[in-house]
Structures are given as structure tokens and as C-alpha cells.
Design a protein around this ligand. Sequence first.
Ligand code: ADP
Length: 492
Amino acid sequence: MYIVQIASECAPVIKAGGLGDVVYGLSRELEIRGHCVELILPKYDCMRYDHIWGLHDAYRNLSVPWYGGAINCSVYCGWVHGRVCFFIEPHSQDNFFNRGCYYGCDDDNMRFAFFSKAALEFLLQSNKRPDVIHCHDWQTGLVPVMLSEMYKYYGMEYQRACYTIHNFKHQGMGGVETLEATGLNRPEYYFQYDKLRDNFNPFAINFMKAGIVYSNAFTTVSPNHAWEASTSDVGCGLGHTLHLHRDKFRGVLNGIDYDFWNPKIDRYIPSHYSKDDFDKKFDNKKALQERLLLRQEDKPIVAYIGRLDNQKGVHLVHHAIYYALNKGAQFVLLGSATEPAINAKFQHEKQFLNNNPDVHLELGFNEELSHLIYAGADMIVVPSNYEPCGLTQMIGLKYGTVPIVRGVGGLVNTVFDRNYDENLPLEKRNGFVFYQSDNQALESAMSRAIDLWNYSPEEFRQLAIQGMEYDYSWNIPGGEYIEIYDWIRHKW
Ligand code: ADP
């Protein structure tokens, strides 16, 4: 099959979170299976150009219709760790992708509506006719709409759209001007409830709803999250739409790229190890303690890696630091906050704990350090309020770092409680799970983990090794996506 992915991120060149990892990892898996994959991305000024090989201009003068006029774009092509990527650079005063950030601008909806339009225009004008166009999250939710309402009539009749929702929280809203700009010219038609109109705001169109309604199949990133989104407020107002389109909806668990996340070959860690020589993990623990100036003592290290925002349960992350210290453990946090109040809170905490030799808070994004933490820590805590899939627990498992998670979303599909998961035999369990979003629940799981480390180290080690035996690579999800692609190609 010939598959084109249209997305706003692709790791490691453009990565704000899990979306980037997924776009890269899935593309790689599809290629390994013999399919031809190309990616279309925005050409941001702030992306990691050092991860692109052979960047050259591939298509000049791509004229993209916009507000009745047109914006001229250049399209660059380069390889990101083996994947063929096309980067779209618009030349206009809007400066859509030269903002020093990926997201967070007031006109994000217009930036990505333009990107969606430009991606389709590029396919059309360069005569690329993929079997499947796979687009991701609200940023590209208008792609299936434009494909089926416009580009189908320009010669892209046989292209099918798969749409993946990574986070229901951010849906992307627009108004009449978005329709006008993109050339979706009949507002009264698109503003119908069964088309793009937001389920609650009658004056807004909803990009994510658009992707759901118009795609040939759509997915979210774990089976449990698909169920939660359809049946609870986790769907953030899209529950009814999901219900109406349930026949083409599926939860496919994300994978992780074991070429990149693998303690056997990880180039960012000083000592390579696997479940057969697990003790070498300890060298990484020492290296982590040295690098972060932690006390060199034999204490368990609990880690948190991730964005610091309400989705991630920041109040529990904060509590986890003090609870770990109280229990005689060390704590390492690597996180970035975009909300000023949360950032200020953790900056304050960092200063307050500055002289404590058992804790280190690293505020910011640091890919290299994250690898050392996964390898050096003993436990990783993921206390999310909601978690569509969650990658950090899966990476933790691969590195023999025992996850302590809240039982929501994809965490339920990947972590199985050592003491209480009666559906699995003891030798298949791999972590600790709690359910309520309060301090006591977190403490109960953390204390079970820390006590096991302290009082039954052999059993703790065994639990960590059991986690390493799980296969959360792209192998299984890659196959599931191919099934979906096949289905939409033959059904429609
Ligand atoms: P998200 O909701 O952000 O997509 P995921 O758990 O799905 O959360 O994916 C998070 C990814 O981003 C993981 O690969 C994790 O290692 C990485 N990550 C998150 N925060 C940081 C950070 N501050 N520095 C380095 N890597 C980070």
C-alpha cells in the first residue's frame, strides 16, 4: 500500500508529546512490512533540523487557495531517521510556522486549517495518489472533509482517509471564516449538526468532529480509551458523535519504537542491559544519581517524566514527590509545564527542594536525560486524570522500571497490578495500579511498590523483569492499522 501520514508532529524532529512518537513509530513499522510511507509536516522554524538528513526543496511554487486568493508555498523533502518527510513552508505575512513554537498561538485553528489544505493541495499537484491518507488529531481534522467534499472531484476519488484521535481534550474550533478560507463554501451545509457543527456551540465548527464524521475509519489510541470516550465525559462532548459513527471506530493501542527505546542499544545510557543481565541497570542508576547530584545511597528512585498539566494529575505528581521522600526513597522529575501557574508552582518547589540530596526536579524538555531516567529509576509514576494511551509506562516497562499508574485509559490496557489483578497469573503482572484520583489511593500503590523494593528485593526484581517481557512494540498495532487500511480500501 501507499500510505501518506499528515500530522503536526513527527519525532524526533517535531515532538511535543506522544503524537510525535506515534507518527514516527507507526510509519516505520508500516515500512518494515513493505508498504510505502510518506509524511507531510509543517516546516516549523523551531524543529530539530539536526535530525533531518538531506533536506532539499522538492516542490516550488505550490499555490494553495486561501480566502479566494492563494498562498505560495515551498515543499522541502528530507529523511528523518529513514522516513521520507515533506515539509510545507508557506510564504505569507501570516508566518504560520515561524513562531518559535509548535502550538499555543491565537490563530492555531487557521494555521492548521491552512496546513491541512496545503497538504492535500501538495498531493494533488504533485500527482501523488496514496491508497490511504492517515491524519492525526484536531490539527488535521479538516483533511477528510476537504478530501471528500472537494478533492474527490479534482481527481482524488480513490483516496481513503483514516483519522486517529490522540487526545479528545483539544478539538480545534473554527467559524465561518475557516470555511471561507479553506474554500468549503456553503456554511449552512457544513454548520448542520450531522456535519461539522460543534455539539454544544452552534456558532462553531469542530475540527475533531469533522475528522470523525468524514473519515472512512477512525481510531483512538487504546481500546479502553475508546470505550471511555464513548461512554463517559472523557469524550469531551463528542460521545454522541462517537455513538453515531461507532461502526467505523476502534481503539488501537499505541506501540513504542524498540529501536529507539531499548536498553540493549540505547545510545543515551552508559550501560546497556536486558532482562538476562538485569543487574547492569544498576550502573545506570549510579550514573543518574551522579548526573543529578543525588545522594549515592541504596534507595529506590521513583521518577516522573511527562508534561505537567491537569491531564497528567499534577496534584498527585506533586504529592508523589513528598510521599516518596517520606518513605525514604529518592525522586526524579523531568517535566515541562505550559501553564504559567503550574510552571510557577514547580519552579517554587524546585527552589524549595534545592538542597535536598534525594530529589531532583528538571523543568524543561530533555530527550537525552529522559532515557537515562528510564534506565536509572526503579519505578515510574503515572497518576493521570485521563490518559488516552500513555507511552511513559510502556517505555518504563521496557527499561525494567516498574510503573505505578492510575487505572484509566491505555494504562488499564498495559499495566497489571501485582497484588490485585486477578485476571492474570502472578508471573504476568507488571506494576501497581490505583483508581481514585486522591492522595490516599496514590499512597497505597506507592507504598506497596516501595515496600516491595525495600523488603522483598528479589520479588521486586522479578516484577521488573516480567515487565520487560511484554511486547509493546509496533508489531501488533501495526498489523491492526493495516487491517483497518485494508478494510477502508475495500469497503468504500
Ligand atoms: P502525552 O500526553 O504528552 O502525549 P505520552 O505518555 O503519550 O504523553 O508521551 C509522552 C512522551 O514524551 C514520552 O516519549 C516521554 O518520554 C516524552 N516526554 C514528556 N515530557 C518530556 C520531557 N520533559 N522531556 C523529555 N521527554 C518528555
